[in-house]
Design a protein around this ligand. Structure first.
Ligand code: HEC
Length: 105
């Protein structure tokens, strides 16, 4: 292994922890309170978050729950799910998560 490969490895480890912190803040983990307020099961919200993390930052930076309005999420999610090859069930979970995770404003 050449030395710059080792540097690249360290750089990616260093960065993965800051990405995780950012994700925890901007794409909050579903909570029982979030489930109660949205009327969506915790399992479904968790599935939606997993779909979001895995698929929605592949072509562009993640667009986080709070950065897009509720109305726009309804419009954008079907097309983006199609882009990402996400199933209908996962698409529903994704939309439910994005709406539930928005801060109350
Ligand atoms: C295959 C590539 C691809 C994937 C995967 C993808 N997107 Fe996108 N996304 C795009 C492109 C290209 C644009 C800009 C053009 C457009 O609006 O269609 C975009 C734009 C957006 C926008 C801005 C829309 C607007 O009109 O301003 C949002 C929000 C978004 N994506 C959310 C998501 C979410 C949520 C997912 C996960 C399901 C996702 N994207 C997955 C390609 C992708």
């Amino acid at each position: 292994m050449k030395i710059y490969h080792i540097f690249a490895l360290f750089a990616s480890f260093g960065c993965s922890s800051c990405v995780v912190d950012k994700m925890e803040k901007l794409a909050p983990r579903p909570t029982p309170a979030m489930s109660a307020t949205s009327g969506v099961s915790l399992t479904k919200l968790e599935n939606g978050r997993t779909v979001f993390l895995a698929n929605c930052g592949r072509c562009h930076e993640h667009q986080f729950p709070d950065t897009v309005s509720r109305a726009d999420w309804h419009l954008v999610v079907p097309g983006m799910s199609w882009n990402a090859g996400v199933s209908k069930g996962d698409q529903q979970a994704l939309l439910a998560y994005l709406l539930a995770a928005k801060a109350k404003k």
